[in-house]
Design a protein around this ligand. Structure first.
Ligand SMILES: [Ca+2]
Ligand SMILES: [Ca+2]
Length: 602
């Protein structure tokens, strides 16, 4: 290859520290503080674009794709061995010819999902290659038929994200395949619907980068991270150059994103995203501009193979194998330092007063990792020797402050332990001892409100409602009375997490006037359960005050807290009635009341 000869010269000059233009006048190689260079490996035997690809052992499998000079699909599979710089042929062909499919490997096998069959008809089929037998088998089909998607394994589950349907429409679909059960399930959709995107996995999260809305004129710079452990997405710094038809590979927490397709040209871009600093930088461009390419990292090198040389699938494809050396960037030192964790409340040695049967302990604290560390991944709470359950972060992935709740049902001394874990797996615990007094309970309060409830519920869930309770008008019999203890009846649906708060909000400014306590969602069942919470002080009701059960949701509308109510007006006529909260406003339901009992001090 002509360009290969030229390139060897450029590299050697670049290493000597001069700013150099390519002898063929195409490439400009800026000088980095440390040299980062491209070299070439053995070309792929069958030039192809829009192939699926996955690494397994020391090999890169390039699977199917579009052929050299026509959009006709291929079912050929070729594997490049990075340790010998040789291609293996004679691999069993994919059962169907497909392009724009996605692939990843797990447990010694390669999984290929979706893609376009002939005539641009998308498929939902899942094929599994076992190299030990050189055989393909078929798994359960993906629920949503699509092509130009991306798919990656995290902790043994394949997440298939985005893509295009039969009408070339962009998709936000996120579906997960479990090889051990051969079943698919639906996951939180990607915030920015797109196809022709790329992805890479860092620290157990899938980063979905770039893509487009439909054709190359709709290129996107979106960068969104999916955390399977919380089934939530978070927005990250956008890619500098909006591109689709790209490929990404990760090394040492950096994701390199190569190539892409514009309406009339193809990109040679190489942009690096540093997941630890949430910043992008420009890196040395591809030797050969292309789209629909493959990129796989081994050690400190990324192998960027094949692709289309011009915009459009029916244009010439290449088998070039260009190798990007990232070795000059020394890997960050491994994080072996445990994070810090502190319990702010309750304080060590404090006494907490409960009802006759239980006391709800609100717990809050702080956490941080060492400078340059891998950052806190999770804070968990434990009561005595019971199991740990996750606390609630300040905001998504921000554990600098956290809250949680535990319910104690026996008087006396109890231990609360908070444990922080960083992304490198280091842990640190902190504990406080508290004394729980249940002797005050049940004897010093008077019931001021009692509604039995029927089989009727208000739902707390993401995007629907985050508070439900009872509002008092100026004519309510409760105005002027005091409340210090409340019983609410709750059940759950789906997998809610975090803490439910029970409070009174001030009728004038909506601030929290009194908090009775928190209920850890792990204590809920799918059938009714009563929770009695007692505040350490009391609140005297004023007109428009609201007694509320509050929960902020998980991000998935299928995770729900169901708050029991009476289906008809059971207490104090329409002077006291059920209220919901959505967005920033309350909605009234004056023919119903909240189920439960309220008591105040004598
Ligand atoms: Ca650390
Ligand atoms: Ca009422």
């Amino acid at each position: 290859m002509q360009s290969l000869v030229n390139f060897t010269i450029i590299t050697s000059i670049a290493l000597s520290g001069c700013l150099v233009f390519s002898l063929v006048g195409i490439h400009l190689f800026p000088i980095f503080a440390a040299p980062i260079v491209w070299s070439t490996g053995t070309d792929m035997p069958t030039p192809r674009s829009e192939a699926a690809y996955a690494s397994l052992g020391t090999k890169i499998y390039v699977i199917g794709g579009a052929g050299n000079t026509s959009p006709g699909n291929k079912n050929i599979v070729e594997a490049y061995d990075s340790s010998s710089n040789k291609w293996t042929t004679g691999i069993s062909s994919l059962p169907v010819a497909v392009n724009h499919a996605a692939a990843d490997s797990y447990n010694g096998k390669i999984y290929v999902v979706g893609g376009y069959l002939d005539d641009r008809v998308p498929t939902n089929r899942l094929f599994i290659y076992d190299p030990s037998q050189n055989k393909w088998s078929e798994g359960a089909s993906m629920p949503t038929t699509r092509a130009a998607l991306t798919a990656k394994f995290i902790n043994g589950i394949l997440y298939a994200v985005g893509g295009a349907n039969l009408d070339f429409k962009k998709l936000s679909t996120n579906e997960a395949y479990n090889p051990s059960t051969n079943t698919w399930s639906s996951k939180a959709p990607m915030p920015t619907a797109r196809n022709h995107l790329s992805s890479a996995v860092v620290d157990g999260k899938l980063y979905a980068i770039g893509g487009r809305t439909s054709g190359p004129s709709g290129n996107l710079n979106a960068n969104e991270a999916y955390n399977p452990s919380t089934n939530t997405w978070s927005s990250k710094a956008p890619m500098p150059t909006a591109r689709g038809g790209i490929a990404s590979a990760a090394i040492n927490g950096n994701i390199y994103t190569f190539g892409g397709e514009a309406p009339t040209f193809v990109f040679d871009k190489n942009e690096r995203y540093d997941t630890s600093t949430n910043t992008w930088s420009s890196e040395a461009s591809l030797l050969t501009a292309r789209h629909g390419l493959t990129a796989v990292a081994f050690d400190s090198k990324i192998y960027v193979i094949g692709g289309g040389l011009q915009a459009g699938t029916s244009k010439p494809a290449t088998g070039v194998n260009e190798v990007f050396q990232t070795g000059s960037q020394s890997p960050p030192p491994a994080d072996t330092t445990p994070p810090q964790i502190s319990i702010i409340s309750p304080s060590n040695g404090s006494t907490i007063t409960g009802s006759s049967s239980s006391a709800a302990i609100d717990i809050s604290g702080t956490s941080s990792d060492n400078d340059g560390g891998s950052q806190v991944k999770l804070v968990e709470l434990q009561l005595d020797a019971n199991g740990f359950s996750a606390a609630t972060p300040n905001s998504s992935e921000d554990w600098s402050k956290w809250t949680g709740s535990k319910t104690v049902t026996t008087a006396g001394s109890h231990t609360i332990t908070a444990r922080a874990t960083d992304n490198a797996g280091n842990t640190k615990s902190s504990m406080v001892k508290i004394n729980v007094d249940l002797s005050q309970g049940g004897t010093t309060t008077t019931k001021i409100y009692s509604v039995p409830g029927t089989s009727s519920y208000s739902t707390l869930t993401t995007g629907d409602s985050d508070r439900v309770g009872e509002v008092l008008t100026s004519s309510s019999s409760l105005v002027g009375k005091s409340i210090s203890e409340i019983t609410v009846i709750l059940k759950k649906s789906g997998s809610p997490s975090g803490t439910i708060s029970v409070v009174v909000r001030d009728g004038q400014d909506d601030s929290t006037a009194i908090k009775f306590g928190g209920i850890d969602t792990s204590e809920l069942a799918t059938s009714d359960k009563s929770f009695t919470l007692r505040a350490t002080s009391s609140h005297t009701f004023k007109s428009s005050d609201k007694v509320l059960v509050e929960w902020s949701g998980t991000g998935s509308s299928t995770d729900q807290i169901l708050v029991k109510r009476n289906g008809v007006d059971a207490f104090d006529g329409t002077n006291t009635y059920l209220v919901g909260h959505k967005g920033t406003s309350y909605t009234n339901s004056n023919s119903r009341d909240l189920a439960g009992d309220w008591s105040g001090p004598n």
